[in-house]
Design a protein around this ligand. Structure first.
Ligand code: NAD
Length: 464
C-alpha cells in the first residue's frame, strides 16, 4: 500500500516534526500494510497556521468559485473510486463490494451535494431592515473515526469548504491511508494551498493538540461519546464552537401491522453491514409479543447468509474484537438467548466476530443499553405500542432508527414520538441531503445537506 511519510500542510507533503510512526494493519489478515507519521503538537501547529493563512482568501472567494473547486474534488474522488475502495478494504477489512458501493460511492454523492449547495445557498438574507450575513466560522479542526473512513472526512470537509472555512484534519489512527488519498485528491482538484491540511497521529497527542489549539475556531468531532464529552468540555472552556457526532443504540420498531419478513430482513442487513460498525445501526429490534418468535426465526435465517470472510468482514482491530466478544459474553451471562453466533472467533486469522443474534433481551440488559459497535443484534419484545415507545426511547442515545407500520401514516405517527435524530419509515431510502445527528448523548449539531453547511457559518446582522 502506498503511504506518505509526511503531513499534507500548506499544499505540500512536509516531513513530520517527530520520528514516530503508526503501523497500519489489515484487519482481515493482521498484516502490516504501511506506516504513517505520528503527528505531534508541532505538526498540528504548522497545519493550523497554514489553515489560518489561507482563510481570508478562501472566505473571500465567491461561493460559485468554491463550488467549482468542490465539484473538481468530487470528480477526482469519482475517478479514483477503485483505488479508494481498495485502500478502505486494505485498512478496514470491509468486503470489496461494500467498499466500492458505500465507502467510495457515498463520498462522491456527498461532495456533489456540497458543490451544488455552495452555489445555491443563501449566504445573505433580508429580515425587516436588516441584512443578515452568514459568514464562515474560520479554521475547522476535524477529527474523524475509522468506521467510514472517507465518508466521515467528506461529511466535514465538503461543507466546511462550501461555507468558506479552511480545515485541519486528524483522521483515525486505524485508517490514515484513506485520509492520505483524500489529501491527494484535494491537491489534484486544485484547492488553494492551506485550505485543507492533514495531520495523521494518535487521538491523545495530535487529536488533543488540535482540539485545544487556540487557532482553531470550530472543532467538528465524530467518534465515541467518551472522547466527545472531553472535546466538548475543552471547547466549552475556550468558548469555541463544537459539533459532536457520537454513539448510538438505535431502535428498529416493527409495529403489529408491518410486513414482518421485510422489516426483519432489512433490519438484519442494516446491523450486519460494515460488521456492525455503524453509529446509526438499528441494533435493537422491537417486535410485538404475538409475532416475536416468528421474527426471531426470520432473523436467525437472515443472519446465516453473513459468512465471515465472504459477505461480512472483520472488525477493525484486536481491541475492538475483544470488546465485542466481551459484550456477547455479557449478553449470555445476563440471560439473553443466543440464536446465532456467539463469542468464539469464527476464523483463526483476522479480527472476525461471529454475526450474532440475541433474543429475550430485556431493556435493562447491557446489550440493550450500550453501543457494541460489532455485528450483534438484540431482539426485544413489547406488549403494546406505548411499551414499544418506552423501550425505543429508553437509552441515553438518540441517533437514528426505523419504524415499520401497516402504512406510512401509522409509522410516521410513531416516529414523531421518538427521541432521535433520523428515522427511516418503512424502509425509506438514504438521502444525502437529510440532516444527520443526535438527540441526547448521540451528539450536538447536524451533518449533511444544508443543515450540515450551516454548522460552519456564523451570523452577522446589519441594520440600515
Ligand atoms: P474514538 O472516539 O476513539 O476516536 C475518534 C477520533 O477521535 C479518532 O480520530 C481518534 O484518534 C480521536 N481521539 C481519540 N482521543 C482523542 C482525544 N483525547 N482528543 C482528541 N481526539 C481524540 O472513536 P472510534 O473508536 O474511532 O469510533 C467509534 C465511535 O464513533 C463509536 O462510538 C461510534 O458510534 C462513533 N461514531 C459516530 C458517528 C456519528 O455520526 N454519530 C459516526 C461514526 C462513528
Amino acid at each position: 500500500m502506498k503511504a506518505h511519510d509526511g503531513m499534507y500542510i500548506g499544499g505540500e507533503w512536509r516531513p513530520a516534526a517527530g520520528p514516530d510512526t503508526i503501523a497500519v494493519v489489515n484487519p482481515a489478515d493482521e498484516q502490516v500494510i504501511g506506516h504513517v507519521p505520528a503527528g505531534t503538537a508541532e505538526d498540528v501547529d504548522a497545519a493550523v497556521r497554514a489553515a489560518r493563512a489561507a482563510f481570508p482568501g478562501w472566505a473571500a472567494t465567491p461561493p460559485a468559485e468554491r463550488a467549482g473547486r468542490i465539484a473538481a474534488l468530487r470528480d477526482v474522488l469519482a475517478a479514483r473510486k477503485d483505488e479508494i475502495a481498495g485502500t478502505v478494504t486494505a485498512e478496514l477489512g470491509s468486503p470489496l463490494p461494500l467498499s466500492q458501493a458505500v465507502h467510495a460511492g457515498v463520498p462522491v454523492l456527498v461532495a456533489g451535494s456540497y458543490a451544488e449547495l455552495a452555489a445555491s445557498y443563501a449566504f445573505e438574507e433580508k429580515l425587516g431592515n436588516s441584512t443578515v450575513l452568514l459568514e464562515p466560522v474560520g479554521v475547522v479542526g476535524a477529527i474523524t473515526p475509522w468506521n467510514y473512513p472517507l465518508h466521515q472526512i467528506v461529511a466535514k470537509v465538503a461543507p466546511a469548504l462550501a461555507a468558506g472555512c479552511t480545515v485541519v484534519l486528524k483522521p483515525a489512527e486505524d485508517t490514515p491511508l484513506t485520509a492520505q488519498l483524500f489529501a491527494e485528491a484535494v491537491h489534484e482538484a486544485g484547492l488553494p494551498a492551506g485550505v485543507f491540511n492533514l495531520v495523521t497521529g494518535t487521538g491523545a497527542v495530535a487529536g488533543q493538540a488540535l482540539a485545544e489549539h487556540e487557532g482553531v475556531d470550530l472543532v467538528s468531532f465524530t467518534g465515541s461519546t467518551a472522547v466527545g464529552r472531553r472535546i466538548g468540555a475543552t471547547a466549552g472552556a475556550a468558548v469555541k464552537r463544537v459539533a459532536l457526532e457520537l454513539g448510538g443504540k438505535s431502535a428498529n420498531v416493527i409495529l403489529p401491522g408491518a410486513d414482518l419478513a421485510k422489516a426483519v430482513n432489512v433490519g438484519v442487513a442494516n446491523v450486519m453491514s460494515n460488521s456492525g460498525q455503524t453509529c446509526s445501526a438499528w441494533t435493537r429490534m422491537l417486535v410485538d409479543a404475538e409475532r416475536y418468535e416468528e421474527a426471531v426465526a426470520l432473523a436467525a435465517t437472515a443472519v446465516a447468509k453473513y459468512v465471515p470472510g465472504e459477505r461480512i468482514g472483520p472488525v477493525v482491530n484486536a481491541e475492538q474484537q475483544a470488546r465485542v466478544r466481551g459484550y456477547i459474553e455479557k449478553g449470555v451471562e445476563e440471560g439473553a438467548r443466543l440464536v446465532a453466533g456467539g463469542p468464539e472467533a469464527p476464523r483463526e486469522q483476522g479480527y472476525y466476530v461471529s454475526p450474532t443474534v440475541f433474543a429475550d433481551v430485556t431493556p435493562d440488559m447491557t446489550i440493550a443499553q450500550e453501543e457494541i459497535f460489532g455485528p450483534v443484534l438484540s431482539i426485544l419484545r413489547y406488549e403494546d405500542v406505548d411499551d414499544a415507545l418506552r423501550i425505543a426511547n429508553g437509552t441515553v442515545y438518540g441517533l437514528a432508527g426505523a419504524v415499520w407500520g401497516a402504512d406510512d401514516e401509522e409509522a410516521v405517527a410513531f416516529a414523531r414520538r421518538m427521541d432521535t435524530g433520523q428515522v427511516d419509515i418503512n424502509g425509506g431510502r438514504f438521502n444525502p441531503l437529510a440532516p444527520f445527528g443526535g438527540y441526547k448523548q448521540s451528539g450536538v449539531g447536524r451533518e449533511l445537506g444544508p443543515h450540515g453547511l450551516s454548522e460552519y457559518l456564523q451570523t452577522k446582522s446589519l441594520q440600515f
